[in-house]
Design a binder for this molecule. Sequence first.
Ligand SMILES: [Mn+2]
Length: 330
Amino acid sequence: VDGVSNIRYRETVKEIAERLLNSSGVIVSSHIEPDGDSIGCMVAMWRALRAKGINSYLIWEGEIPNRLKFVIENCEITKEEPRDYDTAIVLDSGDLNRLQPAFRNMLKNCRVVINIDHHKSNSMFGDINLVDVESSSAAEMALDLIEELGVELSFDIALPLYVGLITDTGNFSYANTNRKSHLTAIRLISVGVDPYIIHKVLNENKDIKFILLLGDALKSIKLKMGGKIAVIRITSKMLDDNKFDPREVNGFIEYARAVKGIDVAVLLREEDNKVKVSMRSKGKVDVNKIAMALGGGGHEKAAGCEVEGDIDSVERTILNHLEELMGSYK
Ligand SMILES: [Mn+2]
């Protein structure tokens, strides 16, 4: 980000640092259905505040996917309401509905709610909102704040941030990858993060059941709208057949995205009587618009929502929205 918005970004980072240094206690959390970025930046922020001698609590009571458990290892997780806090940091979360109810209730007791995020759909729910859609990850933004606080960057803070950075940029391959994301990586690697070790842990560490489920899902890929859309499905039957935990599903949509000539990839995953929808845009289609229209959100090129109904009807709903939106570009 250059120019005026950059100045405002720096000023907001400074303002947040001042508030944190003057707080009696800080609660830190992130969104439900955690991913590498959300877990990475909440762990890093909590550690950085502690390193600065600021009373801070990592509030989390939900599940962490197995593939990401190493990020939160050795952290003190607070499940009950702490006694002394007046400030909250909410990371990587587009709106309050994405938070765990217990943490959301604690926000009512805070003098200052700090919202640090990079989602286009962010509802600006904070008293201070550091929302930058140009940032590849919330981890990248968290590092700016950590440096502003004057915390010395340690390996234990850098590692979770690096996980956030590479998961949200798809290993520096998505459209959100830019100069700043690489400069952030340099800062993290400089204190001992080993890119290949992290890559092995995240990407070369799959249960064989994951690969077999992927095989089933790949066979479901269909092109729609004259080859402009690729749809991939994960049905309840596929999950049952492979005895696979749906929370460990990750990255399947990349294979739909890889198809030549498509503009948008869509992943549909059955869950009870609803369907989880993920969308990835390779061009100018703003999939966040569709996700928001259906009660979800995200970024211009990566967004998601949950839609009630069976998988065929949800697919039709999504395709109708895409047809309308893509028609409007012509
Ligand atoms: Mn993120």
